[in-house]
Design a protein around this ligand. Structure first.
Ligand SMILES: *Cc1c(COP(=O)(O)O)cnc(C)c1O
Length: 418
C-alpha cells in the first residue's frame, strides 16, 4: 500500500537549487482545504471555533493561514503567546491552556486578554495576585479512572498530570464567580491521536453532562465546551482517516441530546486541534547520504532525530516515499537512519523500500505537526529550514535553517578565542 506525497521529485530538485536538504515543506492548499472541512463539519454550532494548538507547528506564516481561515490559537507558554501576539491574535482569540505555569506566562496571557484555561484549582487564587481575571475563564477537567470506548481502554486519566476532578472544578468556578468572572468554559483532553470517530462525541457527552451538573450546582453560565486536541491522522497507509463530518455530526447528536433539553443550546463548541490540522500537510525531505551493509541493511540520511524526534521518542511510524520511485517494488527491507550517536536515531526499521541511490530524495510523510517543533540540538545537530509550498506553486522559505552561530549563540566564547 502506498501514500501519495504532495511533492514530486522534479519539484524537490528545483527546490534544492535554493534550499539544501533536509527541509520541512508544508502544503498551503492542503492546510486551507482541511480547515474548511473542519469548519463546515461544525457549522451547525454557531459559536464554533478552532484554536490551533501552536505547539504543533509554531511558525507565524502558518499561524497567519489559520487566521485568514477564521481560526484562533491555543498557546501554552510565554513564547507561544509572543508568537500569537506577533501574528495579531489577542483577547479571546487566544486560549491559554498551560500547566505548571510560571507567573510571567500568566502575566503575558492576562496582558493579551487571552482566555485562561486553568489546569488546576491551586492556580486560581495565585493568578488573582498577578492579574485581574478576565470576563471568561475556563477550567480543565480530569475524570480520573480509565477512559474507554466500547471495551477498549483509550487512556488512563487517573495517571495523567492534566486537569482537575469535578469537585475541584466546581470549587474553582465558585471562587472565580465570587471574583467577578461571568462566563465559563470546560475543557478536557482524554485521548491522543485517535482517528476513531466516536472519540469526540464520547468526550463531548462527558463534558456536556458535566456542564449541565456544574451549571445547576454552581449557577455559573457555561459559555463553551472545549474538546481540545486528539483527533488523529492516518500515519500508516492502511489506516482510515478520521471522518470529520461524522465526528461533527456525532458531537451535534450529543449536543442535542444533552445540552439543548437543559436549556443550554447556546453553548459554543471549541476545538484545539494540532495534529489533525497540520500533520498530513507537512513533510520532512531529506537525501540519501550513505549505505551500510552489516548485520542489517542501512540507508543513512542527511536528516536525523534532531529534525524529527517522533520515531525515536515514541516509536512512531512515519511512511517514507523515495520521490520518483513511487511505483517501484521493494528491493528489500532497510533501516533508515540519521547521524546521531544514538541507536534509536532511525526513521524506520525493517522498512520495505525500492532500490535507492545516493542523492535520492526521501520524503517522510505526515510530519507537519509535532515535527520541526520537537526538534533539538543533540550532538550539535542543527535544525533545518521550513518551506511553504504556496497555493500558486511557488516555494517560500518561512524559517531559515540554523547555522553554527545559532548553536553557539548562548555561549560566551570570547575567553576561549585566540
Ligand atoms: C497538544 C495539545 C493540543 C493539540 O493536540 P493534538 O493531538 O495535536 O491535536 C490541544 N490542546 C492542548 C492543551 C494540548 O496540550
Amino acid at each position: 500500500m502506498n501514500k501519495a506525497p504532495f511533492l514530486t521529485r522534479e519539484q524537490a530538485r528545483e527546490i534544492t537549487k535554493n534550499h539544501p536538504t533536509p527541509f520541512y515543506i508544508y502544503d498551503e492548499r492542503g492546510i486551507r482545504e482541511n480547515i474548511r472541512r473542519l469548519r463546515k463539519a461544525f457549522a451547525w454550532n454557531e459559536g464554533f471555533r478552532e484554536y490551533f494548538a501552536v505547539k504543533a507547528t509554531p511558525n507565524p506564516y502558518l499561524l497567519r493561514i489559520f487566521k485568514e481561515e477564521g481560526c484562533f490559537v491555543d498557546c501554552s507558554s510565554l513564547t507561544e503567546l509572543m508568537l500569537a501576539d506577533t501574528v495579531g491574535f489577542h483577547g479571546d482569540g487566544i486560549m491559554f491552556s498551560s500547566n505548571d505555569t510560571p507567573d510571567e506566562d500568566y502575566r503575558l496571557a492576562a496582558k493579551l486578554g487571552a482566555t485562561v484555561n486553568f489546569d488546576d484549582l491551586t492556580h486560581v487564587l495565585p493568578y488573582g495576585e498577578l492579574a485581574p481575571y478576565g470576563e471568561t475563564v475556563s477550567c480543565r477537567f480530569n475524570p480520573g479512572g480509565e477512559f474507554k470506548m466500547g471495551n477498549t481502554i483509550m487512556n488512563s486519566p487517573k495517571d495523567a498530570k492534566f486537569g482537575m476532578p469535578e469537585e475541584q472544578l466546581k470549587e474553582a468556578f465558585l471562587l472565580l464567580k465570587a471574583r467577578g468572572v461571568r462566563r465559563f468554559g470546560i475543557h478536557a483532553f482524554l485521548a491522543s491521536n485517535t482517528t476513531d470517530e466516536r472519540y469526540y462525541p464520547k468526550l463531548a457527552s462527558i463534558l456536556f453532562e458535566l456542564a449541565v451538573r456544574v451549571s445547576a450546582e454552581t449557577g455559573v453560565k457555561i459559555a463553551f465546551v472545549n474538546l481540545s486536541g486528539g483527533i488523529g491522522v492516518p500515519y500508516r497507509p492502511e489506516d482510515t482517516p478520521a471522518d470529520i463530518e461524522a465526528i461533527g455530526n456525532g458531537v451535534r447528536e450529543a449536543y442535542e441530546r444533552i445540552l439543548v433539553p437543559a436549556g443550554m443550546g447556546d453553548v459554543a463548541i471549541y476545538t484545539e486541534l494540532g495534529r489533525f490540522m497540520m500533520a498530513p500537510y507537512g513533510a520532512l525531505v531529506s537525501r540519501v547520504l550513505h549505505f551500510k551493509h552489516t548485520w542489517k541493511e542501512y540507508i543513512g540520511l542527511d536528516a536525523c532525530a534532531a529534525n524529527l524526534m517522533r520515531p525515536a521518542m515514541y516509536g512512531a511510524y512515519h511512511h517514507i516515499t523515495v520521490l520518483g520511485k513511487e511505483n517501484e517494488l521493494p528491493a528489500g527491507v532497510f533501516d533508515v537512519t540519521g547521524g546521531l550517536c544514538e541507536n534509536n536515531d532511525k526513521f524506520a526499521v525493517d522498512r520495505p523500500l525500492p532500490e535507492t541511490e545516493i542523492g535520492d530524495f526521501v520524503y517522510i510523510h505526515d510530519t507537519g505537526a509535532h515535527g520541526h517543533s520537537m526538534g533539538y540540538n543533540y550532538n550539535g545537530k542543527l535544525r533545518c529550514a521550513e518551506l511553504l509550498l504556496c497555493e500558486d506553486g511557488s516555494v517560500r522559505q518561512i524559517r531559515r535553517a540554523e547555522t553554527p552561530a545559532d548553536y553557539f549563540a548562548t555561549l560566551d566564547l570570547t575567553p576561549f578565542q585566540k
